[in-house]
Ligand binder design. Structure first.
Ligand code: 5GP
Length: 345
């Protein structure tokens, strides 16, 4: 047994240190980014935020709405090709990823899907635990089969595995274990890694071998998204922050005059019952089901997140999102905000 004694940080443990800056207004800040992905050899430009492939958030409606902002939606993996075809006719392929697991059925399904919808540009290979040999081999096989698709692979939280996945053919590695808003992995298994440190360490590893990372999970407010970018993330993936909107799947419910939408983890009992009819005997649920206050159209939320990030950039003197990490000094804090009049989220 070994103990690592250096301190690992979450978003809540730090704030940005403001710096003198020549920027006049947040309008001057460029929040889009351009990447040429190492393995796919494809160019991409847009706002590097991604709606999570959870089945209430990674919806076709969400993709239509977010593509207008050049923001990516990672669709959940339960759509049929027939359901997806009309979306791809709308010329949104730059801002839509399709998801797949790594079981034989998933791999076959992906094959059919990409044959029927050749416009698909992003493939997200998503497993709860990205540390298995099997996962790394599926990433390698997927790269061989689709040499020019942009492959996202995850989830992991340590640099050596980020490097391995990129060397095996992933373009972007998804980072985060146990940090999600409806995730109970840390409680069920005791496994996890404080998210900001995971992002800092994994982005450094990825950039060293020419790849990118997504900070996946744990962002609760716009400031957390800014901290992910400040810590070196190339993309930030959001579940809970995009839940509860008009574009999300799930019924609207009224409780005491307030509208709510259901939101649940992809390994919650709710999701397992919905798609597999039961929680398989050998596994436990690692996700929760919650009701989220209805928040209307997602465009307002996106504007507010982007406004927050632009403002962070003006405080730290970053002209663009790309400059954020080099303009970032984090200070460790014991309190995030003054909550005398209630929570500010
Ligand atoms: P959030 O933005 O809500 O904090 O986190 C979203 C992320 O949580 C997702 O992109 C995914 O990586 C993770 N996630 C989603 N559902 C589950 C689940 O049921 N269990 C666990 N462990 N993680 C989940």
């Amino acid at each position: 047994m070994r103990i690592e004694n250096d301190i690992k940080l979450d978003y809540k443990d730090v704030l940005f240190r403001p710096k003198r800056s020549t920027l006049h207004s947040r309008e001057e800040v460029d929040v889009s980014r351009k990447f040429t992905f190492k393995n796919a050899q494809q160019d991409w430009q847009g706002i590097p935020i991604i709606a999570s492939n959870m089945d209430t958030v990674g919806t076709i409606e969400m993709a239509k709405a977010l593509a207008q902002h050049k923001i990516i939606t990672c669709l959940h993996k339960f759509y049929t090709a027939e359901e997806l075809q009309p979306l791809f006719k709308d010329d949104v392929a730059d801002y839509v990823a399709v998801s797949s697991g790594i079981k034989n059925d998933d791999v076959e399904f992906l094959s059919k899907l990409t044959a029927q919808i050749p416009q698909i540009k992003f493939i997200c290979l998503d497993v709860a635990n990205g540390y298995t040999q099997r996962f790394a081999s599926v990433v390698a096989r997927t790269r061989d089969k689709y040499p020019d698709k942009i492959i996202i692979a995850g989830n992991v939280v340590t640099g050596e595995m980020v490097e391995e996945l990129i060397l095996r053919g992933a373009d972007i590695v998804k980072v985060g274990i146990g940090s999600g808003s409806v995730c109970t992995t840390r409680i069920q298994t005791g496994v996890g890694y404080p998210q900001l440190s995971a992002v800092i360490e994994c982005s450094d590893a990825a950039h060293g071998v020419g790849g990118q990372i997504i900070a996946d999970g744990g962002c609760v407010v716009a400031g957390d998204v800014a901290k992910a970018f400040g810590g070196g993330a190339d993309f930030a993936m959001l579940g809970g922050m995009l839940a509860g909107h008009e574009q999300c799947d799930g019924e609207l419910k009224e409780i005491d005059g307030q509208l709510y939408k259901v939101f649940y983890g992809m390994s919650s009992e709710t999701a397992m019952h919905k798609y597999y009819g039961e929680v398989a005997g050998y596994r436990s649920s690692e996700g929760k089901t919650v009701s989220v206050k209805y928040r209307g159209d997602v465009h307002h939320t996106i504007k507010s997140i982007l406004g927050g990030i632009r403002s962070t950039c003006t405080y730290i003197g970053a002209k663009s999102l790309k400059d954020m990490s080099k303009c970032t000094t984090f200070i460790r804090v014991s309190q995030q905000s003054n909550e005398v009049f209630g929570k500010n989220s």
